[in-house]
Design a protein around this ligand. Structure first.
Ligand code: BEZ
Length: 394
């Protein structure tokens, strides 16, 4: 499918012209003079994850601007589409970018359910895809593909780190509360594995539908669970409400989580978040020159502080830039492009990152504590953590 489909794309037309010898009749453009590389940004710009999509976008634009608007000599043209975090619209939205707008690259998305729809579209068409957030594990496990890279995390990674840290501390029983969709369930699985490998036990999982925020019926069950900690996955607007409702319920059981629970939302969460411990691949107080420069530039562009979503957007753009530099803008040289991306060692604001065989980020998972409006890094839960990549044959 991929070859047939590609022959009708703009790139395919250029290739075909050269093949029938038109270069001798018409002057053919060199790659450097060729059309821009079209990059589709399929992200949420409305709904509970809107700010996540905006921060990813700001950071991508920032890196493109830093490189003078070009990667590997080719102008980068961004085409934005609001996916509204709606899985049911995912396939048609991805098809719009790939088939109607003829994008060469698709950077997307945030929501794991929408990611699965994108995954079908990009694996069928052969379009290069860089995932700037959504952690759906299948993307770099059993459904991994040579044209799909993730610059963010797998849902398993941060929650696994939190489970390890909690278990090592001697906590014995915990429950998991989350939205009933892939990111919540897969984070729960990571938390359970990390916790139970270190002497703990997850005794219960409580869920509600995405993106609902009526947490009261779940919170009312917490005192009866007999647990020493509650672990949770929520993000964006839902995380703001959950942390506030948890504090308002006056529960004595400590709240911990995958770091999205407090990431980018500490301002609106206010005092309710104070002391909440989470694990994530980024945090406040990471002192490295890249992070310092990145945070200053992001604040100047976006008018707010950088967070993990901004970092992931920036690294998605860095990854594409490294690939296109390696092939001097010739995006059709797929073997060399993907090799360069797979072997990339990126100087990320989160610290150095590399990629596993399944094209997933290998990274430190930091332990953080919400303190005075910051997710202060207190240590490293797991160093250089790679997703298991189970079932990936790359
Ligand atoms: C997800 O759906 O994979 C996701 C959404 C927001 C934050 C983290 C993960």
């Amino acid at each position: 499918m991929s070859k047939l489909y590609k022959s009708s794309t703009r790139r395919g037309v250029l290739k075909g012209a050269a093949a029938v010898g038109l270069a001798g009749v018409f002057p053919m453009p060199t790659i450097a003079q060729a059309k821009p590389v079209k990059v589709g940004l399929m992200l949420p710009y409305s709904g509970t994850f809107a700010q996540l999509g905006e921060n990813i976008t700001h950071a991508i634009e920032m890196h493109v601007a830093e490189k003078g608007g070009k990667f590997g000599g080719r102008e980068i043209q961004l085409v934005k589409l609001d996916d509204e975090s709606k899985p049911e619209l995912g396939l048609q939205n991805a098809d719009r970018l790939i088939k109607r707008d003829n994008v060469d690259v698709l950077i997307g998305t945030v929501h794991s359910g929408v990611q699965m729809a994108i995954h079908k579209a990009v694996t069928e068409s052969g379009t290069l895809c860089i995932v700037p957030n959504a952690g759906a594990v299948a993307v770099t496990r059993n459904l991994c593909a040579k044209n799909v890279f993730r610059a963010s995390f797998s849902n398993w990674q941060p929650a696994y780190g939190m489970g390890v840290a909690l278990g090592k501390r001697g906590v014995k029983k915990a429950a998991w509360i989350t939205w009933d969709y892939a990111a919540g369930a897969e984070s729960g699985e990571g938390f359970k594995q990390g916790f139970e490998a270190n002497g703990g036990q997850v005794v219960q999982t409580l869920t509600l539908k995405f993106p609902e925020t009526n947490f009261q019926p779940l919170l009312a069950q917490v005192p009866g669970l007999g647990v020493d900690a509650i672990g949770a996955f929520f993000a964006g607007g839902g995380a703001i409400n959950f942390v506030k409702d948890y504090a308002a319920a006056g529960l004595k059981v400590p709240l911990v989580g995958s770091g999205f629970l407090t990431e980018g939302v500490l301002g609106p969460q206010g005092a309710a978040a104070e002391g909440v411990e989470t694990a994530l691949h980024y945090g406040d107080g990471l002192e490295n020159p890249k992070n310092n420069a990145f945070r200053t530039a992001f604040k100047a562009k976006a008018g707010r502080d950088a967070d993990v979503y901004a970092v992931q957007g920036y690294d998605s753009a860095q990854l594409l830039g490294i690939g296109l530099e390696a092939v001097k803008g010739n995006i059709d040289n797929e073997a060399a492009l993907y090799k360069a991306m797979r072997e990339a060692k990126i100087d990320s604001p989160r610290g150095p990152i590399s990629f596993s065989k399944s094209q997933e980020v290998v990274q430190h998972i930091y332990l953080r504590k919400a303190t005075g409006g910051l997710n202060k890094v207190t240590g490293i839960a797991v160093e250089n953590l790679a997703d298991p990549g189970t079932g990936c044959k790359l």
